[in-house]
Design a protein. Structure first.
Length: 225
């Protein structure tokens, strides 16, 4: 059993699968702190790195009520790039973000723990990458170049992902690694690179769960706590 934090906009079949797999869901309805398109996105408020959870004050009471130990940092700002202090990810001993905007306590922790900081231009780093224990999938050229040669990374085409209020969302924001599998909010094969993504995951021994006939939709990641 584990806790998972995600947007209330996550598709019902995805929520059902997660609950059936034994997870307890903490759903975010959204906060007025940031603009509406990302106001319920978990990766705006939470980052997990090397066994520790860092969270914005907006979600701290929810985590405390669930008994989840965490470090409370600052609130995200109203607009980019002030809304990205937690939108980072750790993978394979690396920590990836636009380090200029990373929440200070989070950045200090990863350095203390010996994770290697990888600076990228993209502030929405986590939303831009589907991450599993040994690698990542991204449409972001900067993230792709930064991780190439360090760990397995697949470059895909941008777009083909829905999001409320914006032209398109990010593939990483449709996903989350939980319970030993990559969960995808929608139908992987609705993406033009769906077959390549599936082959890449299979090559690296990563199980995935996709939901046929549902368009890919960016919900700000599915984060296992």
């Amino acid at each position: 059993m584990s806790y998972i934090i995600l947007s209330h906009k996550t598709y019902a079949p995805v929520k059902y699968h997660l609950k059936k797999s034994g997870h307890i869901l903490l759903e975010l309805e959204g906060f007025p702190t940031v603009y509406d398109a990302v106001s319920s996105h978990a990766d705006i408020y939470v980052c997990c790195a090397d066994g520790r959870v860092f969270a914005a004050p907006e979600v701290s009471p929810l985590l405390s009520e669930a008994g989840i130990a965490h470090v409370t940092g600052k609130s995200p700002g109203a607009a980019y790039p002030d809304d990205v202090p937690y939108n980072a990810f750790a993978v394979g001993g690396y920590f990836v973000h636009n380090l200029k905007y990373t929440e200070k306590s989070l950045l200090s922790y990863i350095k203390e723990r010996g994770l290697i900081p990888v600076n990228v231009r993209q502030g929405y780093a986590k939303c831009s990458a589907a991450v599993f224990p040994c690698g990542a999938i991204t449409a972001d050229e900067g993230i792709y170049r930064a991780l190439s040669g360090k760990l397995p990374v697949l470059k895909i085409r941008e777009g083909h992902v829905g999001i409320d209020g914006l032209p398109y969302g990010f593939f990483g924001g449709c996903t989350g690694y939980a319970g030993g599998e990559l969960i995808i909010n929608g139908d992987l094969f609705s993406h033009p690179d769906g077959e390549a993504i599936a082959a890449f995951l299979k090559k690296h021994g990563v199980k995935f769960v996709s939901f046929p006939d549902l368009p890919l939709f960016d919900i700000g990641s599915i984060i296992e706590l």
